[in-house]
Design a protein around this ligand. Structure first.
Ligand code: GLN
Length: 520
């Protein structure tokens, strides 16, 4: 059945106004997320006796705190899978974002309390809230653009600036608030800012009337529920066999690595089974191939974040203990180096997106897969400067901070080639019925990448920083190059999803029939 929505899309600076609503909502949300994240390990490791001027912490060891931090930062993204599934089948993205935002306000609100139960409850609510909000708000950005609109990638880059502006402001402000008024004031500020995000979103809903609603495809006759998909698994020999093998591996992992990893593996087995069944049920080969190439591109995503996320871990520790941080007689605090990435993004995001768009209009290679592979190489190249830093440290007992600045610069340019591009790519290729789920799987891949990063970072205590940085450099450059060699066959699988992208820049867009284009 054809279902069409005729809407007038108001525009501002060449993009739908809805983009700026989502930009601001995500900016406030990321402020609260990154602000709270910056405090987390410090709060956990501060003495519980109350002798710290910032108030009592939890009194945990570094190892305990880092372990919880690793699981927390992974879980927030892994929960994007259920968050995406709920949006696709039950709520639509718009309502899911609303609920996510409310849950986040509650979560940050609970963290203001000083009891231990409040700490765990607050973290749990934040995990659920981000899971509901993050994938779905990203999918909605894609929904603002028609198929083939060259502005989509740029729109995602603008959105990405919102993300990083939030994180930049948070990392600059929240430390000061905590130093003055204590931990729970910091958590409280994150909560207040999230309330702003919620108000901002609700006030802007009128500009989002044509995106994120589930009824765009509810009259699809081939609609199939997740329950039915799982039911079919038991009649599909190949898929059942693979799932069974993965399940056995998960149980083995449970036995060897403990319940937390065990549960994660079982969860991933269930998701893999679901993805295999979705693939099997997709109506046409075009949809199947596009689904497959998306999943393959997520391998790049895991590797990228597995290297990139050394920023908060190993590189952070390296900055703290091995780097000369004095500038004009002032010692720059270690945490400030964490702001470099967000700062560079704010400056370079539109420039990088502009370069790609120009290239594309000239007919030169600018496919998302190419950008992503190049992103891995550029980010990996950044580790060359960390290798230099480690060499200088070995020779003279400390290293210059210029290496860190250069490394973070290349990491950022690499991130800009991969991360906003991947978000956009998903909204071009995912079957619309599973758009949010695929976004959720993407974020889960970034979360798994962070977990890998933690494991790689820890190995530095055994192999030394020099070896780890060099290893990451070599590995990422090789992987990126392999993907560039595979570009042709991979691009074939996209069936021209990115060919003929053009300027669709009419001032007031009427008859925006995206749902129809994708379904029919
Ligand atoms: N820094 C980006 C954000 O917060 C990307 C994070 C990710 O994809 N894991 O959205």
């Amino acid at each position: 059945m054809t279902h069409s929505t005729t809407v007038k899309q108001k525009e501002l600076f060449g993009h739908p106004v809805g983009l700026y609503i989502l930009f601001l909502t995500e900016m406030w949300e990321r402020f609260s997320y990154y602000g709270m994240r910056a405090l987390l390990v410090l709060y956990m490791t501060t003495s519980a006796l109350g002798n710290d001027p910032r108030g009592a912490g939890l009194g945990w060891t570094d190892q305990e705190a880092l372990a919880l931090y690793g699981w927390y930062t992974m879980l927030v993204y892994v929960m994007s899978i259920p968050g995406g599934m709920i949006a696709d089948k039950l709520l639509g993205q718009k309502k899911a974002v609303l609920i996510g935002a409310i849950v986040l306000c509650l979560g940050h609100g609970v963290l203001v309390l000083t009891d231990t139960w409040a700490f765990y409850t607050g973290l749990g609510l934040v995990i659920l809230g981000v899971g509901m909000l993050k994938p779905n708000i990203s999918t909605m950005v894609g929904g603002l653009y028609r198929e083939g609109d060259i502005r989509r990638d740029k729109g995602f880059s603008i959105f990405y600036i919102g993300i990083n502006l939030g994180s930049l402001l948070a990392t600059l402000i929240i430390g000061l608030v905590v130093a003055e008024w204590g931990w729970h004031a910091g958590f409280g500020l994150a909560g207040v800012v999230m309330v702003l995000g919620l108000i901002n979103y609700i006030a802007g809903l009128k500009y989002l009337s044509h995106v994120g609603d589930i009824d765009r495809h509810s009259n699809d006759e081939n609609e199939i529920s997740y329950g039915e998909l799982f039911g079919k698994l038991f009649t599909s020999k190949k898929q059942l066999f693979i799932s069974f093998v993965l399940f056995v591996v998960s149980l083995f992992g449970w036995y060897k690595l403990g319940w937390a990893y065990g549960l994660l593996f079982v969860f991933l087995t269930v998701i893999t089974a679901l993805l295999m069944m979705i693939y099997k049920e997709l109506e046409s080969q075009v949809f199947k191939d596009r689904f497959l190439v998306l999943l393959l591109s997520f391998i790049m995503v895991i590797i990228f974040w597995g290297a990139f996320e050394q920023a908060g871990g190993l590189m952070n520790l390296y900055t703290e203990s091995n780097t000369r941080r004095v500038l004009f007689g002032w010692e720059i605090p270690t945490v400030m180096f964490q702001s470099l990435n967000a700062g560079f993004i704010t400056i370079f995001a539109t420039i990088v997106a502009g370069i790609w768009a120009k290239r594309q209009l000239k007919g030169k290679e600018a496919s998302s897969l190419f950008k992503m592979a190049l992103g891995i190489i550029i980010m990996g190249f950044g580790f060359l400067f960390m290798v230099f830093a480690a060499m200088e440290f070995q020779q003279s007992g400390s290293s210059s901070m210029i290496w860190l600045v250069l490394a973070y610069f290349f990491h950022t340019i690499g991130e800009l080639c991969l991360s906003p591009v991947a978000l956009s790519f998903i909204t071009k290729l995912a079957p619309i019925k599973y758009a949010s789920l695929m976004m959720g799987v993407y974020f889960a891949a970034t979360g798994l990448g962070s977990k890998v990063a933690g494991i790689v970072g820890e190995s530095a205590s055994e192999f030394g920083e020099y070896a780890v940085f060099l290893g990451i450099l070599v590995f990422t450059v090789i992987i990126g190059t392999i993907f560039i060699f595979l570009l042709k066959p991979l691009k074939r699988l996209t069936h021209g999803a990115e060919d003929n992208e053009r300027e669709i820049n009419d001032d007031l867009t009427e008859g925006f029939e995206l749902a129809d284009e994708k379904i029919n």
